[in-house]
Write a protein that binds this ligand. Structure first.
Ligand code: PLP
Length: 339
């Protein structure tokens, strides 16, 4: 598990803090809940994709790329972090944004992450809902290469084995922090989507035989498909790290009961989770990923899945910028003038 042999550019503020959430833990009356602040990775308000981009963009630079391409949903946090990291490194950036929700709310289509994509100087191309966006990415890449550009293509979510190295590294970081704090971690919980985060974590935790179980809360696919995607990528990532065979199928566990209407739509549970974290701990979650991940954790605590005396670490994967695309879902009235 010698990560130093992989090319890497330093983009993230690391290590991210590992903090206790006393008021949330008390309000739920179950386990002690801790939070790993990967929303604080630094680039353009942070998030989990920056760890992956440290390895991906090192590969882009080594290949002599001059433009970075990736794809995601309209309010993609991955696209926004790619645009920011590309700007910092002097790459051009082109984003393919897929309309997965058919929302026409201008907050959703132009504010939040979309606004920041443009602010970072990325060019943006919109796509209708499409099951093969990585195929579209390849087409656009080929078109650019034919004009003499040197594109580097990053799959959706930065989720290939190179990107997942960022979360192998995060697993090592987390275990070291817990060791220094004398914290026995009983479970790790986080939101899982394009699978790279969970795959890297599983490969890292298994690669050092940490004995820390991991639960991914799904945001899109049904459980079988999500676990299969994570397992395939985790096995490839472990092999890349020299730990072939370290990940067993049973190490990959996802719970996809909190997706609700579908990807990109808030749920009553995610809105409740966002408000609880905002009001009990002053922490911002998002409606698409971290809010659903936390909604899953809250519900499982209420159902007794995790108990008093245990320590559960929630990995905050970021996304708070997305809140500005979902203002209406909260139903707040604008404050009125009293004088
Ligand atoms: C992308 C993302 C995730 C999911 O990570 P994957 O590696 O795609 O599974 C979770 N939370 C936020 C905020 C994200 O942007």
């Amino acid at each position: 598990m010698n990560l130093a042999r992989f090319p890497r550019l330093r983009l993230a503020h690391l290590p991210t803090p590992l903090e206790h959430l006393p008021r949330l833990s008390q309000a739920l009356g179950g386990p002690e809940i801790w939070i790993k602040r990967d929303d604080c990775t630094g680039m353009s308000s942070g998030g989990n994709k920056t760890r992956k981009l440290e390895y991906l963009l090192a590969e882009a630079r080594a290949q002599g790329a001059d433009i970075v391409l990736t794809q995601g949903a309209t309010q993609s946090n991955h696209a926004r972090q790619t645009a920011a990291c590309a700007a910092r490194l002097g790459f051009d950036c082109h984003l393919l944004l897929e309309d997965r929700t058919h929302k026409s709310d201008p907050d959703y289509t132009a504010n939040g992450n979309v606004f920041l994509d443009l602010l970072h100087g990325a060019t943006v191309e919109r796509f209708a809902s499409n099951p093969d966006m990585n195929g579209e990415l390849a087409k656009v890449g080929a078109r650019l290469a034919a004009t003499g550009r040197r594109p580097y293509l990053i799959p959706g979510g930065g989720s290939n084995a190179t990107g997942a190295l960022g979360y192998v590294n995060a697993a090592l970081e987390l275990v070291t922090q817990a060791n220094d704090l004398g914290l026995r971690i009983d479970h790790v919980v986080h939101a899982t989507g394009s699978a790279g985060t969970q795959a890297g974590l599983v490969a890292g935790l298994r690669g050092i035989n940490a004995g820390v179980p991991l639960l991914g809360i799904g945001v899109r696919a049904p459980r079988d498909k999500q676990e299969e995607n994570v397992y395939r990528l985790a096995a490839a990532t472990a092999a890349l790290c020299g730990c072939e065979g370290a990940v067993r199928r049973e190490d990959v566990v996802a719970n996809c009961d909190y997706v609700g209407t579908g990807y990109g739509f808030s749920t009553p549970g995610s809105i409740e989770a966002i408000q609880m974290l905002a009001r009990l701990e002053g922490i911002l979650l998002d409606p698409v990923y971290s809010g659903k991940g936390m909604a899953g954790l809250i519900d499982l605590v209420r159902k007794g899945r995790f108990q008093r005396g245990q320590n559960v670490v929630f990995i905050h994967t970021g996304g708070s910028v997305g809140l500005f695309g979902y203002v209406r879902d909260f139903g707040f009235q604008a404050p009125v003038a009293t004088a």
